[in-house]
Design a protein around this ligand. Structure first.
Ligand code: GLN
Length: 475
């Protein structure tokens, strides 16, 4: 049997098609990896062994019959527990959805299913995707595969850890303010937040509907492109979706906006050299990070307070049985089954939306959101992409950020892309010498220009090796 460690989609496809490995063997390889290593990583919430092996068997029959295979056919993947999966428990890492078995699947899960990809596990996250370390999960802590004393990032920490630990070829994550890119940076993998609306949110547990994006976490930009191609496009079930767009221009006269004050960090000097080779650089300044963060948390908490109203012990989810009237049913249920960070955001959001405060907080934040979007449009009038670090620092130690605001600050460089709805990717671009942990580079482009982000990331990975380092961390 071929060596199956850290296969790309194209390599796995070739191995399957040429008969070097059967799909059952390939699927079993990941199930065995999970069995062997997940005790120390803690990425998996629900394993789908039986359905995965059954699907793999069908793929093998197709190969034996000599039929042509799509690129994603027989490719095992994991998904954050935000994605509804028919018949498979979906918790959003919350106790309030502890027993929830969805009757239908998210559009993206259906699309991957039709493309023949095989779901092998649902993975951990911060509860309802509120957080940046996966420590807010109501179930378990996930450890960074590079060093298990550190967080994998979040909220899609289970997805990033699963891809870094080779528990599947790719994973699906959600990104409301950085939850695909920040964990991808912390785990030394590639994470794409597409343009808002490019990928359907139907059947994905809602956090903040005007921010939420769905995207792939992979080990290369090439794989991210293949997954995006399979999941993007208009969906009648999500009225905010758009047709896929192809704006990618040739990288010959590419204009790269470099955020100088951030990229002058000596840890990124090698990455900057690689960027120099990709196009013409000019200096740009990003919209004010502190302001973006404040606006983000006001608006996101407001949308959370509204979206999470449905978990009231009646319409959805678990119920506290000791309540004797309706109001108690609401309050006891929500106090018992929602975690502290989720409660904090519901309270903050309700406050920002209440009459008397609405104009001062929510409306003001919406106005600043418009200004940030305009600032991005101005920057993109002069350059094709912007590059910045994904985060100011690499992963931090588990338990080291008990102050919620300290945790919020880890998103300072990622939230702006969600405020403006623009596409952004994080790719590995260095190693922090002090901790030995990976560093991420963020590439951002104008709305609808996802292909440009991916093309630049792919070109960067053609001349650099950081994205391959992940292959050495677990033997
Ligand atoms: N860490 C950010 C937050 O807690 C981002 C979350 C996300 O993108 N889902 O809001």
């Amino acid at each position: 049997m071929a060596d199956l460690a850290y296969l790309s989609i194209a390599q796995a496809h070739e191995a399957l098609q040429s008969g070097k490995v059967t799909c059952v063997e390939l699927t079993q390889y990941y199930l065995d990896r999970i069995k062997k290593h997940d005790e120390s990583i803690g990425a998996v919430l629900t394993l789908c062994s039986d359905t995965a092996l059954e699907a793999a068997q069908k793929v093998d029959e197709k190969i034996q019959a000599g039929k042509d295979m799509g690129l994603l056919e027989g490719i095992p993947y994991t998904a954050k527990d935000m994605f509804l999966t028919a018949g498979v428990r979906t918790t959003a890492a919350s106790k309030i959805l502890d027993a929830f078995i969805p009757p239908y699947s998210a559009t993206v899960i259906d699309k991957l299913n039709s493309a023949g990809a095989i779901l092998i596990a649902k993975v951990n996250q911060d509860e309802f995707a509120h957080g940046g370390s996966t420590e807010n999960s109501a179930y378990q802590i996930t450890h960074n595969p590079w060093n298990t004393e550190y967080v994998p990032g979040g909220s899609s920490g289970g997805s990033a850890a699963a891809v870094a630990a080779d528990f599947g070829i790719f994973s699906l994550g959600t990104d409301t303010g950085g939850s695909i890119r920040q964990p991808a940076a912390y785990c030394g993998v590639t994470g794409l937040k597409p343009t808002y609306g490019l990928v359907s949110r139907y059947g994905v547990v809602a956090m903040a509907s005007s921010f939420d994006c769905i995207g792939p976490i992979t080990r290369s930009a090439e794989d991210a492109t293949l997954v995006l191609n399979a999941i993007q496009g208009r969906d009648v079930m999500d009225s905010t979706t758009i047709e896929s767009t192809e704006n990618h221009q040739s990288s010959k006269d590419l204009k790269i906006g470099v955020v100088k004050e951030l990229m002058n960090d000596s840890r990124y000097s090698e990455a900057l050299k690689a960027i120099n080779g990709l196009g013409k650089k000019n200096d740009v300044t990003l919209p004010d990070g502190d302001m973006a963060l404040a606006v983000y948390y006001v608006l996101v908490s407001s949308e959370i307070s509204s979206n999470l109203e449905r978990y009231d012990g009646i319409r959805y989810g678990s119920r506290n049985d000791s309540a004797t009237n309706l109001e108690q049913t609401y309050s006891l249920t929500r106090a018992e089954f929602l975690g502290p960070e989720v409660q904090r955001r519901i309270l903050t959001g309700t406050y920002a939306l209440s009459s008397g405060y609405y104009d001062a907080y929510y409306k003001k934040a919406m106005q600043v959101r418009t200004l940030i979007t305009q600032e991005f449009a101005q920057i993109f009038a002069d350059c094709d992409v912007i590059v910045t670090p994904t985060t100011l620092e690499p992963a931090f130690k588990i338990g080291s950020k008990s102050d919620p605001v300290e945790m919020y600050k880890t998103d300072i460089l990622t939230v702006s892309a969600n405020l403006a709805g623009v596409p952004a990717i994080s790719i590995p671009a260095g190693i922090d010498e002090k901790t030995g942990l990976p560093l991420g580079l963020q590439i951002i482009a104008a709305q609808g220009n996802d292909a440009q982000v991916l093309a630049v990331a792919e070109a960067f990975q053609k001349t650099t090796e950081w994205h391959k380092k992940v292959e050495e961390i677990i033997q």
